[in-house]
Write a protein that binds this ligand. Structure first.
Ligand code: ADP
Ligand code: MG
Length: 334
């Protein structure tokens, strides 16, 4: 089916179905000139937005609509998670080229709505327009957090423990399969591709970390650990020491790096799009926080390094050797 067959308003009606999953604070949803919602007393409102452009961020022919919709929302939810907030509403603007079929768009919204429902996020509006050749998706997400529980990139202190909510590097390895058109045959390789296509937003985890008061700074790892940790250090005027043997590398990534003769530690540091949270935690509270975290989420909070008062990031090997690492990550204009 072509968009021409249902028209702009037919399309809006179609994707508006099931867009409100948590109506409590919603005053106006899709269908008016603007959305309206209540802000909980004592909380601050957060707003984040991410733009995805075909051929820059994704290849329409190489992705399913479902995965595209899911990931477009996931990367926004991840930004809200990194601030320690809860996500409540999403706004989806889409520029659609002529050759994009309604079935594909249905699939985009299915991926988006499944993830939205999982996290009780409403889709409250957006915009729909034509595009000459490329599919363009912009999502904005509104969230809330108690005003004294916001996490940010600044605030890391000398001596803080550097923690990660998950393994890093998997997504970059998954991308290798996609870009080289290699079908992942084993369950291990499928996990890598999965990490790239369907990243988990750490919303509950971010909210929990923020509520403990033990976290001094946080960020989500979108460009690569060395690069994103670099943002915390820059904003906090701090340095860091990372322990090579403490960097969480998944078993599938270990096998992958062995096969392609890459150092898993360097691969994990430079990888991107992991969307795990990196945070710096009061050193005295880090061990007990990690225990609490594991009890609550059944997953580990990895203590990977420590903040220092020297500049840059130093990688320390188990042998005692160390080296300065370059803060390489994805830069659109580099
Ligand atoms: P306007 O002309 O005032 O911008 P539209 O006709 O573009 O209104 O939109 C009508 C309603 O549909 C609005 O509530 C708008 O937020 C919503 N909407 C339009 N496109 C999308 C979309 N792609 N996703 C979600 N909501 C949308
Ligand atoms: Mg409009």
């Amino acid at each position: 089916m072509n968009l021409r067959d249902i028209g702009e308003f037919g399309f809006i009606d179609r994707m508006a179905r099931g867009s409100v999953v948590k109506p409590e604070r919603v005053i106006k949803a899709i269908g008016d000139d603007a959305a309206a919602y209540r802000i909980p007393a004592g909380e601050v409102a957060l707003l984040t937005t991410d733009l995805l452009i075909e051929r820059i961020h994704f290849l329409r022919k190489a992705t399913s609509g479902y995965n595209l919709g899911y990931k477009s929302l996931a990367v926004n939810l991840s930004d809200i998670a990194a601030m320690g907030a809860a996500a409540h509403h999403a706004f989806v603007s889409i520029g659609i080229p002529d050759d994009c079929r309604v079935e594909f768009l249905d699939d985009v919204y299915r991926g988006m709505k499944e993830l939205a429902a999982e996290h009780e996020v409403n889709i409250l509006g957006g915009d729909t327009t034509g595009s000459k050749t490329d599919l363009v998706i912009n999502i904005a997400v509104a969230g809330f957090a108690p005003k004294n529980e916001l996490m940010s990139r600044s605030g890391a202190k000398n001596g803080d423990a550097i923690c990660l909510t998950g393994t890093v590097g998997d997504s970059r390895a998954g991308l290798h399969f996609i870009m080289n058109n290699i079908k992942p045959q084993t369950a291990e390789n499928q996990r890598l591709v999965q990490a790239h296509l369907l990243p988990k937003p750490y919303l509950h985890e971010g909210r929990f970390l923020a509520s403990t008061g033990a976290v001094h700074a946080a960020i989500d790892v979108s460009d690569g650990l060395s690069s994103d940790l670099g943002h915390i250090l820059k904003e906090s005027h701090a340095g860091a020491r990372i322990y090579a043997d403490k960097i969480p590398v998944s078993p599938p990534l270990h096998s992958f790096c062995e096969r392609v003769a890459k150092d898993p530690v360097e691969f994990a540091l430079a990888g991107g799009e992991d969307y795990v949270l990196a945070c710096t935690v009061d050193a005295k509270k880090a061990e007990s926080l990690a225990i609490q975290y594991e009890r609550k989420f059944g997953e580990r909070l990895y203590i990977t390094g420590a903040d220092t008062d020297s500049a840059g990031i130093e990688l320390i090997y188990a042998s005692g050797e160390s080296k300065k690492i370059a803060q390489t990550g994805w830069d659109h204009f580099a």
